[in-house]
Design a protein around this ligand. Structure first.
Ligand SMILES: *Cc1c(COP(=O)(O)O)cnc(C)c1O
Length: 376
């Protein structure tokens, strides 16, 4: 959850330094006025170093990051993109926005895309798979990558919830062709609004950079107003204010994720001691633990748990209550969606008996005691 829990003097100091020594809030140009201060560029390079990527592009939101990823991969009109049934609506909006068709794949007990259902979603129009590491638990990337390789598909990792998590020692977002991150106010680290794109292929990142900035190539041999361009684009730039906050937040990411893991492990221990079935995760997973999810025996039982948690001062997160914005089976306002009835009904059945306990950095003993009381 909780970059916002730790917003404080370090972020303020970065912003203050920006005002004191530069006052330039735009990421490009104004060389004579900015005293060499480039907060967005520094944030990008710090972020790339942290996750072990060659480069990174900071953008205005996590939703924009997915859209830019698809544009940079050349996905457009009539192409099909496979997306998981359980995700935030933004993943699918990005697909629709580039003119492509979102084809929904069922989930398994990891609550992420079931790699063994991919075959059913595939057609000769399929160009890419977007996996989503829901609530910070890694998708089983091995079989997804295998399927993508043998069918020449791109893999995009929507890492909105997985920033700082890893699988087999690799940071989430660096395993597929493109990784996208969100720094909105509810994510593991935050810049208020913001996002990041990382790409395996530097040429794809070059296209992403141009697309997010009206097609600007930032050609060093000409001034920006004379800049060369090879594509159209849009404006999804990050401002220096967000870049400054991002630099300070990134320094806290390890601490945030470690604290969440400790808290999550305590909750998991309580749940398993009381014989509750936990969401599964692939071997080699190091989740960010936005939430710990367990499966009740029925939707009614899941609702009962939620009621009892609430009575004891503890809320649940998305599951079972706020599924509205996170389940493709309910989005009849998106006419482009391609759904397989059986896959959707299996995913619905699974999600409707899930209960998600939110995890944050600062969790007091009352929280753990309330959980214990309800499940005992
Ligand atoms: C938050 C989120 C996004 C969108 O990020 P914004 O920064 O809010 O635009 C995309 N995908 C998933 C899975 C998310 O949770």
């Amino acid at each position: 959850m909780p970059g916002f829990e730790l917003i404080g003097k370090e972020e303020f100091q970065e912003v203050k330094e920006l005002f004191d020594n530069s006052g330039i809030l735009f990421r490009h140009g104004f060389e004579n006025l900015r005293n060499g201060i480039y907060k967005v560029k520094e944030f990008e390079s710090d972020f790339a170093n942290y996750i072990g990527s060659n480069d990174a592009l900071a953008v205005s939101s996590g939703t924009a990051a997915i859209l830019i990823a698809l544009k940079a991969l050349g996905i457009g009109k009539g192409d099909e993109v496979i997306v998981p049934a359980f995700t935030f609506v933004a993943t699918i909006e990005a697909v629709v926005e580039v003119g492509a068709i979102p084809v929904v794949c069922g989930i398994d007990k990891s609550l992420n895309m079931c790699p063994y259902e991919l075959k059913k979603c595939f057609s000769e129009k399929t160009k890419a798979i977007i996996v989503v590491h829901m609530l910070g638990t890694p998708t089983a990337m091995g079989p997804v990558i295998d399927f993508a390789k043998s069918n020449r598909l791109f893999v995009v990792e929507d890492t909105a919830w997985g920033c700082g998590g890893s699988l087999d020692g690799k940071f989430l977002g660096t395993i597929g062709d493109v990784g996208t991150y969100s720094f909105d106010f509810a994510k593991t680290m935050t810049t208020g609004e913001g996002g990041m794109v990382v790409c395996k292929d530097p040429k794809v990142l070059e296209r992403a950079k141009a697309y997010h900035d009206h097609g600007h190539e930032n050609n060093p041999s000409v001034p920006r107003w004379k800049d060369t361009r090879s594509s159209t684009g849009f404006n999804y730039r990050m401002s220096e204010l967000q870049g400054a906050v991002g630099k300070a937040q990134l320094k806290k990411l390890t601490f945030i994720v470690d604290a969440q893991r400790r808290n999550a492990n305590r909750i998991k221990e309580l749940l398993t001691t009381h014989n509750l079935e936990l969401r599964i995760m692939p071997e080699g997973s190091k989740p960010t633990y936005d939430a710990v999810v367990f499966l009740a025996d029925s939707p009614i039982e899941a609702e009962n748990y939620r009621k009892q948690f609430l009575e004891n001062g503890v809320g649940t997160k998305i599951l079972p209550e706020a599924i509205t914005w996170h389940f493709a089976g309910d989005w009849d306002h998106i006419s482009e969606l391609v759904l397989d009835e059986e896959m959707i009904s299996n995913s619905r059945e699974l999600l409707s008996r899930c209960v998600a306990i939110p995890i944050s950095v600062n969790m007091d003993e009352n929280f753990f005691n309330s959980i214990k009381k309800v499940i005992s």
